[in-house]
Design a protein around this ligand. Structure first.
Ligand SMILES: [Zn+2]
Ligand SMILES: [Zn+2]
Length: 165
């Protein structure tokens, strides 16, 4: 998603405020197992300082995902505070800034990165989720199954032996 920054580009300390809804389809990117269930509310303030475009603001929306252990469908809202900057391609010397050229900044990567970072790497329905039986798929949160897990224990023993060598 490109933003025209003609209004502030090259004008020291010039500020531009944008409050808009970003179409989630515009991102054309899957956020690692998390589905964006709504478009993204974006409220940002851009400031031009010495070639950099500083971006501060807020992103929010609805998401849908599955518990990492039991696959239960989970959803909710995310609300992320962002603090980033764009540097001119020709003067960019670090990885911490996003590149821009001319009178446009493309905030797609910035949106994806920040929304992604707002989720824990392992999303669980609850901290104590017991997960699924690897043999029959039974959900241990609901009931126990009669599967023997000895086979798995044996494999674990073999693994332990392997690492001892
Ligand atoms: Zn779970
Ligand atoms: Zn089972």
């Amino acid at each position: 998603m490109k933003i025209d920054i003609t209004e502030i580009a090259g004008k020291e300390s010039a500020i531009m405020e944008i409050s808009t809804i970003v179409n989630r389809m515009d991102l054309e990117h899957e956020i690692l197992g998390v589905t964006l269930e709504s478009d993204i509310n974006m409220t940002i303030k851009l400031t031009y300082i010495k070639g950099y475009i500083f971006v501060i603001g807020q992103l929010s929306g609805l998401y849908l995902t599955n518990c990492h252990r039991c696959l239960k469908e989970l959803g909710g809202t995310y609300d992320v505070t962002i603090e980033e900057k764009f540097a001119l391609v020709s003067e960019r010397t670090d990885d911490e800034s996003y590149p821009y050229e001319g009178h446009f900044i493309d905030v797609s990567s910035l949106l994806i990165d920040n929304i992604l970072l707002s989720f824990p790497t392992t999303i669980l329905c609850e901290e104590e989720c017991k997960g699924l039986c690897p043999k029959c798929g039974n959900n241990f949160n609901i009931k126990q199954c009669t599967c023997e897990t000895q086979e798995i224990d044996l494999r674990m023993e073999k693994l332990k032996d392997y690492f001892k060598k």
